[in-house]
Design a protein around this ligand. Structure first.
Ligand code: HEM
Length: 559
C-alpha cells in the first residue's frame, strides 16, 4: 500500500515538474524572438505581491515601487515584459511616456481590466468598476458633478475641518515658539480627509472631534449605528470587506474576529441604508419645492434622474439606478479618503533635515528632503499670498503656485497609485524611445489580451524626462516640465475625476500648516536621523501606496 502511495506521489511530482519545465521552455523560446527584455518569475499577480523579493523566482513584489527606474536602468530599456509559467500572455511594464500616453488615450485598443476592480462594487457599480459604454454613461453623469461650485465648497469645508483640528489637537492654543507633539499624526490626516469627504460627498456634518459629532451622531429609524460611525468604520474597513468572503461573517465565536466582522457588516448595511434614505428624502424635498443642500451627492442623483432613459452610443439605453448613485458616492469615499485601516502616508526622502508636511486626502506626505532654505522659500511665498491672520479665500488657490509645486513633487516621488493596469483589446503596436541604443523610436507588436502595467514611480524618475530624478526639487514644477511624464492622477479619459477636489483640499491644509507651524519629525529613542528617514520612507502598495510605520511629529508655532 505504502509503495503505491509513494509511486502516485512521485508521478504527480514528475508531472508537475515536467509541466513547469515545458512552460518555462515555451516562455524562454518566446522571449528570444521579442525585442524587449524579459524578466522571469514563478508567481503570477496577485500572489507575487505577498511573496518576498527573490531574484529569478519573484523579482517584482510589493517593494517594486521603491526601486523606481533602477530596474529599467539595469536592463537599459524603459519597457520590459514579465513572464510567468502560469500565464498565456506576458505582461508588459512601461516607464516610457510615449507608450504610456498611447495606452492611456487610445480607448479603441486599450481598456481597463475591470475584473481586477469588481471587488469595489461593494455598494453598486460605479465609475471605477465599469468599462466601455457603461463607463461612458457613468462618466457623463458623474463628471459634471465636479464643478467650480463644488471646489469652492471643498475649499471652505477644508478650512472648517482644519480649524477644528487645530482646536482639538491643541495647536490653536500654542503661543509663538511653543510646540506640541502629536503621536502617529496619520490619525489627524485620516480624520481631516474623512470630515471633508463626509461633508462634501455624503452631506454628513461630521466634526473633527468625534466627541462633538452631535449632528451626525443621532440614530434615525431602524439604524443600529449613527451615520458618522458607519462612515468611519466603512472608511477604515474596505480592505477587510474586500478580502473576506461572505461566509466568514457567519462564523460565530472567533475571539475578536467575529465581533469585528459583525461590526464591519453592520456599518456597511447602515451606510447603505443611510444613503438610500437620503436619496429618497432629497427627491421628496425637491418635489415639495424645498431647498436642499447642494453637494456632490445632490448633483449626482439629480444628474442621474436627468439622464434617465437617454440613449448612449446609439443602441444602448441607459438609466442610472439608485444603487449606482450609492455605488459612486461610496467610491468617492474610497478614493477621497482611505483604502484600508492602516493606509497612511509619510515620507522622508533621504537628503535634508527640515521636514515639511504635505497633506493629501487621507494621507500625509511627509517631506524631509527640502533644504531649510527651500522651506523658508515656500513659507515666504505663502506669506505673499496669505499674510498671517488672513483667512484664505478660494481665489487664493491659483496664486499658491509654490505650495502646488511641493504637492506635485511629492506625488512625483510617491505616487499614491503606484501601478495602473491596462489590457489590449485588439492586436496593436506600441512605440517607445530606446534608451539602450541610439535613443531612437522603436515599435513592438502587442497581441490582443496582453496585460500592461503603467509603472508610475518609474516613469516619474525616468532620467530622460527628469533631471536629478531622485532629488526633491519642487521648483521643477514652477518651470516647464514634461507633462506626459507626470501622471499621479493617471492620464487620458480615465484620469482621476477627483483631481481638483484633492488639490484644493491639500492647498488649504498644506498652506495653512506651513504658514503657522514649523513641523519636525521625531526620532524614536536611540534612533539616528538616518534610521528615522529609512523608517519613514518605507511603504507598501495595498489598494494605494501605504506607509509601514507610525509618524510622530512636533508642531512648533511660528513667531
Ligand atoms: C491625491 C489624491 C488622489 C490621487 C493621487 C488619485 C489618483 C487617481 C488615479 C491614479 C486614478 C486612476 C486609477 C486607475 O485607472 O486604476 C484615479 C481615478 C479616480 N479617482 Fe482619484 N486620486 C485622488 C483623489 C481622488 C478624490 C478626492 C476623488 C473623489 C472625491 C477621486 C475619485 C476618483 C475616481 C472616481 C476615479 C475613477 C475615474 C474613472 O475611471 O473614470 N480621486 N485617481
Amino acid at each position: 500500500m505504502g509503495s503505491i502511495i509513494q509511486l502516485a506521489v512521485s508521478l504527480v511530482g514528475v508531472f508537475v515538474l515536467a509541466r513547469f519545465g515545458y512552460q518555462f521552455r515555451r516562455i524562454y523560446l518566446r522571449s528570444q524572438v521579442t525585442t524587449i527584455p524579459s524578466i522571469f518569475f514563478l508567481f503570477g499577480t496577485p500572489l507575487r505581491f505577498f511573496v518576498p523579493n527573490i531574484p529569478l523566482i519573484n523579482p517584482i513584489n510589493r517593494t517594486h515601487w521603491a526601486v523606481r527606474f533602477e530596474r529599467y536602468r539595469q536592463i537599459q530599456s524603459s519597457v520590459f515584459k514579465t513572464e510567468t509559467p502560469s500565464k498565456e500572455h506576458s505582461s508588459i511594464w512601461l516607464a516610457d511616456k510615449m507608450a504610456i500616453k498611447t495606452v492611456s488615450t487610445n480607448r479603441k485598443s486599450w481598456a481597463k481590466p475591470i475584473q481586477l476592480y469588481r471587488v469595489l462594487d461593494l455598494f453598486g457599480k460605479n465609475l471605477v468598476t465599469t468599462e466601455g459604454p457603461e463607463w461612458k454613461a457613468h462618466r457623463r453623469i458623474v463628471g459634471p458633478s465636479f464643478s467650480e461650485g463644488v471646489y469652492k465648497r471643498v475649499w471652505n469645508t477644508s478650512l472648517v475641518a482644519l480649524e477644528q483640528m487645530f482646536q482639538t489637537e491643541g495647536l490653536a492654543d500654542l503661543k509663538p515658539g511653543e510646540e506640541i507633539q502629536i503621536e502617529d499624526v496619520t490619525h489627524v490626516t485620516m480624520r481631516l480627509a474623512l470630515v471633508v469627504i463626509a461633508r462634501e460627498a455624503f452631506s454628513f456634518d461630521m466634526e473633527y472631534d468625534s466627541k462633538r459629532d452631535t449632528n451626525a451622531k443621532s440614530l434615525a429609524g431602524d439604524h443600529t449605528m449613527s451615520a458618522a460611525d458607519a462612515l468611519a468604520v466603512v472608511s477604515q474597513s474596505t480592505l477587510v470587506k474586500v478580502l473576506c468572503p461572505n461566509w466568514m461573517y457567519k462564523i460565530p465565536n472567533i475571539p475578536y474576529v467575529s465581533e469585528r466582522l459583525a461590526k464591519i457588516k453592520d456599518a456597511f448595511t447602515n451606510l447603505d441604508n443611510y444613503m438610500l434614505e437620503m436619496m429618497a428624502d432629497r427627491r421628496a424635498s425637491s418635489l415639495a419645492g424645498e431647498e436642499v443642500r447642494s453637494d456632490l451627492f445632490d448633483s449626482l442623483w439629480r444628474a442621474a434622474d436627468d439622464n434617465l432613459d437617454k440613449q448612449v452610443d446609439g443602441e444602448t439605453k441607459w438609466s442610472f439606478s439608485d444603487r449606482e448613485v450609492v455605488g459612486n458616492t461610496f467610491i468617492f469615499l474610497l478614493a477621497g479618503h482611505e483604502t484600508n485601516g492602516h493606509s497612511r502616508f509619510s515620507f522622508l526622502p533621504p537628503t535634508v533635515k527640515y521636514p515639511l508636511v504635505v497633506f493629501t486626502d487621507g494621507r500625509l506626505f511627509f517631506q524631509q528632503s527640502l533644504h531649510p532654505e527651500k522651506q523658508v522659500e515656500l513659507l515666504e511665498h505663502i506669506l505673499t499670498v496669505l499674510p498671517r491672520g488672513r483667512q484664505p479665500i478660494y481665489e487664493d488657490f491659483q496664486k499658491l503656485t509654490h505650495t502646488m509645486a511641493v504637492l506635485y513633487e511629492t506625488l512625483r516621488l510617491f505616487p499614491a497609485v503606484a501601478v495602473i493596469p491596462k489590457v489590449s483589446t485588439e492586436d496593436t503596436t506600441l512605440k517607445y524611445q530606446d534608451i539602450g541604443g541610439d535613443n531612437g523610436i522603436k515599435t513592438i507588436f502587442v497581441p490582443k489580451g496582453t496585460d500592461v502595467t503603467i509603472d508610475t514611480p518609474a516613469l516619474h524618475t525616468n532620467p530622460l524626462y527628469w533631471k536629478d530624478p531622485l532629488s526633491f526639487k519642487p521648483e521643477r514644477f514652477l518651470e516647464d516640465y514634461e507633462k506626459d511624464a507626470f501622471i499621479p492622477f493617471s492620464a487620458g479619459p480615465r484620469a482621476c475625476v477627483g483631481r481638483r477636489f484633492a488639490e484644493v483640499s491639500n492647498m488649504v491644509f498644506l498652506s495653512l500648516v506651513v504658514r503657522d507651524y514649523e513641523v519636525v519629525a521625531i526620532p524614536r529613542p536611540g534612533e539616528t536621523e538616518e534610521a528615522m528617514r529609512d523608517r519613514l520612507v518605507r511603504a507598501k502598495p495595498v489598494l494605494t501606496l501605504t506607509p509601514c510605520g507610525a509618524v510622530d511629529l512636533m508642531f512648533k508655532r511660528r513667531a
